[in-house]
Write a protein that binds this ligand. Structure first.
Ligand code: ATP
Length: 369
């Protein structure tokens, strides 16, 4: 028999009072042992999904399954799910050891087993020797580790992490991204991580759900979502993009800025109105007459690994370029891009239609992904 997904949402809607729904008809599956990220702007419904998985909120409509069993009304304490909260929610009056042991004491586990498990969890998060420390004597990163140890000591099947890195400074945040990812792989527990930081999502996840206004706009691997955004919202939200209105001329030609450019066959009809995306790193600087576009450089910022160059074409459209080559403000340059760098988006396409179209043209263009 095929293994059941660990969590499945089927047409889940959540409404408070008579307000518009905070989640509308959301469906997805979560497989065992993977790292998932819910990514989206503030208020899009990420925390609401976590609360429903944890059992702190019930769907207004639809079904939630865990390992194939309907759990809409199963109370939180009967679910094999633990949550790490943004503010860690540690007990300030208990030391590190007692914070981690708390859940096990409630379960009335015997002292010896508690001791073994707490020590295992401490070693897992590299905090051996900190047992007696009070929480107030721990740094932000260390508190984070205590919160994770306290969650994993219960051996949950699913660990929910609600913006757990947002209180940390940038350096520690990056370090904890590695730590969390590595932990998830060692533990093999399913992680569902919430963030509004797209770089964090791209760096850590096996799969990302990009959310907007109570809906999942697109789900897929970080590469899928970065290379093949389904619409303007996703393209804008994930990384920086040049997005331009365009029109299909034929299977392999798209027109924008009053000119025609070669593209890969995206399964679209001639004359169809579309938008194209070209990522800044896919634009190469050339001599003024050697590129496909002719632009004037406006600003140039040094970003360490590359220059971020903003320029304008003859029709006043801005192009963002990431390049290791310099381009001085005020100068004219050419921009070159491969046909494969043009990603064509169709207006109003659903994720299913998009996947079908992509599958069809990947048979013709297997190198695209
Ligand atoms: N108990 C509640 N009663 C009424 N409205 C609520 C309740 N909880 C959440 N909401 C509303 O639901 C919407 C989604 O909230 P949610 O916390 O899921 O968003 P989020 O994507 O996690 O946002 P953030 O990144 O800011 O935490 C918001 O508009 C919020 O005001």
């Amino acid at each position: 028999m095929e293994e059941q997904p660990i969590i499945r949402f089927e047409n889940v809607t959540k409404r408070y009072d008579n307000d518009p729904p905070v989640l509308s008809n959301v469906s997805f599956t979560i497989e065992k042992g993977k790292f998932y990220t819910l990514l989206g702007p503030s208020g899009c419904g990420k925390t609401t999904i976590l609360r429903m998985i944890a059992g702190f909120a019930e769907p207004t409509e639809g079904s939630i399954y865990m390992n194939g069993k309907l759990i809409n009304r199963v109370p939180a304490n009967e679910r094999q799910v633990n949550t790490v909260f943004q503010d860690y929610a540690l007990f300030p009056h208990l030391n590190v050891y007692e914070n981690i042991a708390f859940g096990l004491r409630i379960k009335k586990m015997n002292k010896r087993d508690i001791d073994t498990k707490v020590k295992q969890a401490l070693s897992f998060v590299n905090l051996e020797g900190y047992e007696q420390r009070s929480i107030s004597e721990m740094s932000g990163g260390q508190r984070q580790r205590v919160a994770i140890a306290r969650a994993i000591v219960n051996e949950p099947e699913v660990l929910l992490l609600d913006e757990p890195l947002s209180a940390l400074d940038l350096k520690l945040r990056t370090e904890m991204q590695y730590v969390l990812r590595e932990m998830q792989q060692r533990l093999g527990i399913t992680f569902i991580f919430v963030t509004h930081d797209q770089e964090e999502a791209l760096a850590m996840s096996d799969e990302i759900f990009v959310m907007n206004r109570g809906k999942i706009e697109q789900s897929g691997t970080p590469n899928d979502i970065y290379d093949e955004p389904i619409n303007r919202f996703v393209a804008d939200f994930i990384g920086e993009s040049n997005i331009v209105p365009a029109k299909m001329v034929s299977d392999y030609l798209v027109e924008f800025n009053g000119r025609q450019f070669e593209c890969v066959d995206a399964g679209l009809r001639p004359n169809e109105e579309v938008e194209i995306v070209i990522r800044p790193e896919d634009l190469q600087i050339t001599g003024v007459d050697e590129g496909k576009l002719r632009v004037k450089v406006d600003t140039q910022l040094f970003r360490g690994v590359h220059y971020e160059i903003s320029c304008y074409d003859e029709s006043g459209h801005e192009w963002l370029v990431h390049s290791t080559r310099r381009a001085d403000p005020g100068s004219e340059i050419g921009l070159y891009f491969d046909p494969e760098a043009i990603h064509v988006m169709r207006f109003g396409e659903t994720e299913e239609e998009f996947d079908r179209r992509l599958e069809a043209y990947e048979e013709v263009q297997p190198h695209v992904r």
